[in-house]
Write a new protein. Structure first.
Length: 80
């Protein structure tokens, strides 16, 4: 018998990006101070955050590559 749990994707390990599966380079996961993480120095695209599956939000970080805006127009619209 299939249940909803059978079809729910597993969360990636804490050190992996939930969007691409690559290393998310998270300082906190590596045991370093939060203020040393790349995301504290680099803007993270709102569009990228919106692409994270709801079940995985707040559980793992995205990588620097996936955090970038998809194109220049998304930067402009985010500032509007």
């Amino acid at each position: 018998m299939n249940t909803a749990a059978d079809t729910t994707p597993a969360s990636p390990p804490p050190g992996r990006c939930p969007l691409c599966g690559q290393s998310n380079q998270c300082a906190i996961t590596a045991g370093q101070p939060p203020d040393s993480c790349w995301c504290m120095q680099t803007p993270v695209s709102r569009e990228a955050l919106a692409r994270i599956p709801s079940a995985q939000r707040g559980k793992t970080c995205i990588c620097p590559h996936c955090a970038q805006p998809v194109d220049d127009t998304s930067i402009l619209s985010a500032q509007s």
